[in-house]
Write a protein that binds this ligand. Sequence first.
Ligand code: OXD
Ligand code: MN
Length: 582
Amino acid sequence: MASSLDALNQWVMEVARLTCPEQIQWCDGSDTENDALIAQMQADGTLLPLNPETHPRSWLHRSHPDDVARVEHLTFVCTPERDDAGPNNNWMSPADGHAQMDALFDGCMAGRTMYVVPYCMGPIDSPLSRCGVEITDSPYVVANMRIMTRMGAAALARIEREGSFVKGLHSIGELDPNRRYIMHFPEDLAIKSYGSGYGGNALLGKKCHALRIASHQARSEGWMAEHMLILGLENPQGQIHYIAAAFPSACGKTNLAMLIPPEGYRRDGWKIWTIGDDICWMRPGADGRLYAINPEAGFFGVAPGTSEKSNPNALASIQHDTIFTNVGVTADNQPWWEGIDNGQVPVTDWRGEPFDAAKRPAAHPNSRFTVSARQCPSWSPMAEDPHGVPISAIVFGGRRASLVPLVFEARDWTHGVLVGAAMGSETTAAATGTVGVMRRDPMAMKPFCGYNFADYFGHWLSFDQPGANLPKVFHVNWFRKGDDGKFLWPGFGDNLRVLEWMIKRVEGKAGAQDTPIGALPLQGELNLDGLDLSAEAREKLFGLDQAGWQAEFASIGQYLQEYGTRMPEALTALQVSICKAL
Ligand code: OXD
Ligand code: MN
């Protein structure tokens, strides 16, 4: 019988025949291999060394200026039936998708090295983890994959044992936006990505595998692949509750995952432990609870706005052994971005030109750092636990300047699924396109769900079974603005106050007021001590705008209808009953 390594070798040979590389390098993930790749990229200018005194072993990569974000309009899910991909995805038939991609890949690695990168998403010994192999012609991708996944020999050994892996084929091609596609073939557990070196398009373990392909795998195997951070909230008694939270890209997931409690809370013994900042895989355990792992091993975080005030843990993490992409630099070659607020000034912008504020920001708004999670001071030892951590609460949140209060709680799991399905958020720079436009982004998975959203909501509902002990579901909005256009909630560390209320609810220790949209904190139950909130802020953060919600629910109804009869009846019926109650 052919082993899975035979299958891998055969695929590598097929790809080599198509792409015609000059040489093939199998990556083992070792330091020696990494040092050689870094030296090579330094020699050809792919990586520029940063100040070795202040940022040892750290580099700056400047991408092609047209290749700075995910390209949702060029991202496809290729299923035999269009309806299986759903209105939430761009669709092509697998035959057309393969033909289109293979034409692009034809001979594209001539004169280049083809790297074969085995990786494992999740702790190497966890039954929840899954493996993949990325073939790429980009050493920058290899170096990033080494940080973001468990990459190399151990992953290869697991692939040999397990017999199955996701096949990801990537080439930077000519970096021509007109010859750029990211295609997914869920039935074949395969990905083909051409023409971009940007993380979300090119580090195939991340969005392509751990979300789009994994969401499909998870549906057939009875688990969940979600765009969620995972944190542990430790109370003064030393008990830790784990929370998974879904926010659209560039809405502060990394900040929340690494939150430092406000002074008083810190003194009392509250602490946040970081398990993950972007992706969460969950599966019901024997006790009926959902157990979660972070499939990633590093952070690919948004740099702008990261400061000693907003995220000291992230800042501490990226002082060494970090790859920065598209940030500015100071005169003494330190990385710099808008909002770093460290008293330094940039001299060179992300395109390598003298910084001129009138021309462009020093750092691209979607500039990033790639860093090993082990460098984070709040990194939880439980992040390596093969069993995962039990989830007490699931949080959904969007960027909503109006209407949506600071926090509310769903009545039950079905209502929680509707709350997630109805999520809306203003778009950000993490994807190309207009920024600041409100769109529906169910469970923050709009760009990442590898199949029809109606079926995905059905999959969520299916976890509500006899014996299940599911998390409570909440919705938050850190981004509500006042009439003057300023944020009403201080956010950052003070978000802990909201998490504390949630955990009190989980433990049955806090009151709430039932409303048609869910339960709002009763006055005095969410700790606001020491905050200077105006009357307008209190009203808007904790009140219910009845007329506004009537309009919102009408729009949610229209959105659900876009999925036709495939939409689970339980959700449409609940939407109608909430409309009536409002
Ligand atoms: C990310 C994203 O990079 O969501 O995490 O775009
Ligand atoms: Mn993300």
